[in-house]
Design a protein around this ligand. Structure first.
Ligand code: ADP
Ligand code: ZN
Length: 802
């Protein structure tokens, strides 16, 4: 009986294919290995999914197997197939997307000749033997597939051998790391040796690489002395970008005594651990010590032999959480994220696959880490929209986490201070258990929130107010007391638009329907598109009416920075947003502005929502929310929820330790429910009211959504295709009472030169089946809507409706 393999080919096709397994590959053909198969005109990579007995004569044969052992275990293979089905992707491409980019193994297949056999001249066998005589061995890809039958017969005769050749990997270069020990005297006691003092001072921020210490001008001799006296520990660690996490950012701290609520949460989690799928929402106010609950639960999971997976919105913004895990669990932690060099990322992934690291931490795509015997899955900041991938395979990592936990029989812990309303609805419906942490763990009081209605001041001054009287006074008082201040403005650049005072038009991106943001750095001001990143110099005159009346309008972080410098000339002010961070990464500054602020090297931090999450600054007492209304008027049914979440997170940075916190919230909508909820801190009434609005208006979680988007360079062509899509969807959805809304131009109508139209599908209830059926139909035969340049995209459970 022959052997046949079902293969998911890594090409944009929605079905899987059967191939015959030639004898030479029988041994290595196991589910989960990658293979090469003939596909259309060229060979293609694929994943072997399953084997079956069979003798279909019409099957093509596998060309080669690429891995000596499966690179995806059975549970991840199954997850990948579910992913492809649910998110309408090709199974092979979905599986490929689960592996680290540049996936490679260090093994390759080679063929070798045994002895000095010969074969009839001109035959395929003779050709292969000739090749082998020339070079001793041949790598599999070098044998053309037309010679495969001859190769088979040589292998059967035993004339040729098939072998795995493992290339030795050069070990990663170790690096020197230094950290303080428990014997280190306080730096202040070393007044007589300033150089030594300096070393200790710098290291008190956490472990550092030797070259970083040198870069900061420390004296090598003093460092050596400190090591000799046992005050500083020197270690060698491989793999540079990962090492800080593995060594821990801080000195291993003594275990905290959990408070009652944390204890209770831990108890519930541990009860469930190992007994099958269960899901929990850890709803803890900012500073309530959720991290400590993660750590303890992870420790218990590990002690019971389970693997742990923790995903966070953005790994670069969570050094503190990462540091704590590393300090507790050391090399048992693997960190997976896109900031790592491909090789390092692969090494981390390998450590997880081989079971060397039982705790995997990473951003969105880490949800596919090959953790064995998965017992605990944590999604930190579960409300974050960034868990949804917005390109290629549009999956939601939280949704995948729940699915993965379900099949693995693991428990899921969703943590947030401001839970996603859909998660909260699941709690109300009894699908998740809620664990509540209602107070700050350090005993600190929640910050006092002062609502500042800027409309009066604006009327008086006849101008937009960026820093109101009460906010200025509050900041000045904090600075006088030597405390730190955070000014939050969720818009980078100098000014969000440049507007002509003559015709009133804003200067727009030529390729996106969006006003260009003015950025000021060194040199002349530039106009930058925040969607496609194209830039151009500031024009002299208006592109619409040619008058020389262009004026920046509105404020971004750069302009706020300028105003803050004028207002508090003595203060040390730093800015942290995507632009500033990119610059810091380029120059290799560790932690950039955040690190400096945490070390007390600055008084005021100005930032976008990148400063909102997770950070703990003990001396930060005063937070200014410069414009609370920015996100309220977004054309999105989640605008109020998002506003509440971001503002609560930012406010939560104030007064996290013994110094009391004050938040100045500047708004023009003081009575908006989201703004009011931030002020009172009451999540539940806000959540219930918002959910009632959603139910009334027919939005998730009460009704399932799917978005179909048609885009093309030609506006009318795209519009016509979109209306054909809508017509077809109406026809398909009528019997299932699916609402079809649109086609309508997307709120962001033009993006990177493409015009975009969308059709929104709305299921009659929370189940996805009816809308999924329509998507499947349309995508199975997209030709009528997809001309040469047209694209049809499907997004199930869309997060961004832009
Ligand atoms: P969250 O993530 O909930 O906002 P964190 O986990 O960052 O809060 O904790 C806030 C602070 O409280 C941290 O400095 C942490 O060390 C401290 N903390 C946590 N649990 C306790 C506890 N049981 N006793 C004292 N301090 C605690
Ligand atoms: Zn653009």
């Amino acid at each position: 009986m022959g052997l046949q393999a079902r293969v998911a080919v890594a090409r944009p096709v929605r079905t899987t294919f059967l191939y015959a397994v030639p004898d030479r590959l029988r041994q290595d053909a196991v589910p989960g290995v990658r293979c090469v198969v003939p596909f259309g005109r060229a060979p293609s990579a694929g994943f072997l999914l399953a084997l079956e007995e069979g003798d279909r004569a019409d099957l093509k044969s596998l060309h080669e197997i690429l891995d000596p052992q499966p690179c995806l275990p059975p549970d991840l293979l199954a997850l990948g197939l579910w992913l492809a089905g649910y998110y309408h992707s090709s199974p092979g491409e979905a599986l490929l997307g689960m592996l680290p980019p540049n996936f490679r193994t260090d093994a390759a297949v080679i063929y070798r000749a045994v002895g000095e056999e010969s074969a009839p001249a001109g035959s395929g066998e003779a050709k292969i033997l000739e090749l082998l005589r020339e070079s001793g061995e041949i790598a599999a890809p070098a044998i053309p597939s037309r010679l495969h039958p001859a190769l088979e017969s040589l292998l059967r005769e035993g004339t040729v051998l098939r072998q795995w050749k493992v290339r030795p990997r050069p070990p990663p270069k170790p690096e020197e790391w230094f950290r303080l020990t428990s014997d280190t005297p306080p730096a202040a006691s070393l007044l007589r040796s300033p150089r030594l003092q300096e070393v200790l001072q710098i290291l008190s921020e956490g472990p550092l690489r030797g070259r970083e210490l040198t870069a900061r001008g420390t004296c090598r001799g003093a460092l050596t002395r400190a090591v000799r006296r046992g005050w500083v520990e020197r270690r060698e660690a491989p793999s540079s970008a990962v090492a800080p996490a593995l060594l821990g950012f801080g000195i291993p701290e003594e275990e905290l005594r959990l408070n009652e609520e944390q204890e209770e949460a831990l108890r519930s989690l541990c009860e469930g651990l190992g007994l099958g799928y269960r899901s929990f929402l850890l709803h803890g106010v900012t500073g309530s010590g959720k991290t400590e609950v993660y750590l303890r639960t992870a420790a218990v999971a590990r002690a019971r032999g389970f693997g742990v997976l923790l995903i966070v919105p953005e790994i670069a913004l969570t050094p503190q959480l990462l540091g704590k895990f590393a300090a507790r669990f050391g090399a048992d932690v693997a960190v997976l994220h896109s900031g790592l060099a491909p090789r390092e990322r692969f090494l981390q992934w390998e450590r997880v696959r081989r079971g060397e690291a039982r705790i995997a931490i990473g951003a969105r795509s880490a949800i596919f880490a090959p953790v064995e015997r998965l017992g605990l899955l944590i999604v930190d900041e579960e409300h974050e929209p960034s868990f949804k991938q917005e390109e290629g395979l549009r999956y939601h990592a939280k949704h995948v986490a729940l699915m993965r936990a379900r099949t693995a029989g693991a428990i899921v812990l969703l943590g947030s201070a401001t839970p996603d309303l859909e998660t909260y609805a699941s709690v109300l419906a009894g699908r998740h258990s809620r664990l509540l942490l209602s107070a700050r763990a350090t005993g600190a009081k929640p910050p006092e929130i002062r609502l500042v209605d800027v409309r009066q001041e604006e009327k008086r001054r006849h101008a937009a107010v960026l820093l109101s009287g009460p906010l200025r006074a509050g900041v000045s008082r904090a600075l006088e007391r030597g405390e730190q201040v955070l000014l939050f403005l969720n818009r980078r650049g100098f000014s969000p638009a440049v507007v002509c005072r003559s015709c009133g038009e804003a200067v727009r991106c030529r390729r996106c329907s969006i006003a260009l943001t003015q950025h000021r750095g060194e040199g002349e001001p530039q106009l930058l598109c925040h969607y496609c990143a194209s830039r151009r110099p500031m024009p002299q005159s208006c592109p619409h009416c040619a008058e020389a009346c262009l004026m920046p309008s509105g404020a971004g972080t750069q302009r706020l920075m300028q105003l803050a410098k004028e207002t508090w000339p003595e203060a040390r002010i730093l800015r942290f947003d995507r632009d500033a961070n990119r610059a810091a990464v380029r120059t290799g500054a560790r932690g950039g502005a955040l690190g400096m602020f945490a070390r007390g090297e600055a008084d005021i931090l100005i930032g976008t929502q990148m400063v909102a999450k997770g950070h703990h600054f003990p001396k930060l007492t005063t937070v200014g929310i410069v414009d609370a209304d920015l996100s309220l008027n977004f054309p999105d049914f989640r605008a109020a929820e998002r506003t509440y979440q971001v503002l609560t997170q930012v406010a939560g940075r104030a007064g996290r330790e013994d110094l009391p916190g004050t938040v100045y919230l500047q708004t023009r909508n003081p009575h908006h429910p989201a703004v009011a909820a931030v002020t009172t801190g009451d999540y539940e009434p806000f959540a219930r009211a918002e959910l009632a609005i959603r139910e009334e208006a027919g939005f998730p979680p009460f009704r399932r959504l799917a978005l179909l988007r048609v885009s093309g360079r030609d506006r009318s062509e795209a519009e016509q295709a979109a209306s054909a899509v809508a017509t077809r969807a109406r026809l398909l959805g009528r019997s299932a009472s699916v609402d079809v809304l649109g086609p309508a131009p997307a709120p962001l109508e033009q993006l990177r030169g493409r015009f975009r139209f969308q059709v929104l599908l709305r299921a009659p209830g929370p189940e996805p089946a009816s809308v999924q059926a329509i998507l499947r139909h349309l995508l199975a035969d997209p030709k009528p809507y997809a001309g040469q340049d047209l694209r049809l995209q499907a997004d199930i459970d869309p997060v961004s409706l832009l």
